[in-house]
Design a binder for this molecule. Sequence first.
Ligand code: 4HQ
Length: 253
Amino acid sequence: MIADVVTIFPAMVEAALAEGVIGRARQRGLIDIKVRDLRDYTVDRHSVVDDVPYGGGPGMVMKPEPLFRAVEAIAAERGRPSAVVLMTPQGQRFTHAEAERLAGLERIVVICGRYEGIDERVAEALVTDEISIGDYVLTGGELPALVVLDAVARLQPGVVGDEQSVAGDSFARGMLDHPHYTRPAVFRGLAVPDVLLSGHHGEIERWRRRERLRRTLERRPDLLDEAALTLDEQRELEALMENPPEEKTHESD
Ligand code: 4HQ
């Protein structure tokens, strides 16, 4: 995967992409992500990237020219991108399915906006996909771009050590994850479920499957409409719906 990020805060984006699993994958050459400073694509002496909005009103708008020049320079250097993504609250909501789609593309460009917004001609004539990471307002598109790149990069072969863990990702399977525990077996009076200490791998898998279904039913029932459940999972889910487990209670309840 080749990805280019266009931003006025390249140090902020680079810092995040230098760490952890993604930083290691870049060093190993498994993914090729370049961070581009939008100001490098301006033509004026002061590297201006914003201007006042036509029609008036508060705030500034990102000028189209530096963004067009940036994407054209990236296309000339890297080859024509398969997608030019704009991070915006007006976009389609980002999901794991969308991460999988983008992970299948050879070259992507991600544009991070700032200020009140971006000249609409960028969305019209340059951008192929407008993506939102959720219904809240941030100060810029850098954090959303990092969210998208992280989710897409970890799907590339070899980036996450254990291929099985990627295939088994909760959202890859359309439901929430089961609980995890590590040592000690009792911590401040809180015990790890006995079954996990039993060594019965069949029982452990059944318990985990049941916990995934139980949590999804409890916290995100909307996910179950779309989830591709195995026959065993369907049976387990029906049992849970007939016989709902006791609700967690608090001392003061
Ligand atoms: N932004 N998902 C860009 C967001 C956002 C979101 C705020 C992006 C302001 C200029 N982007 N601007 N939510 O809040 O993608």
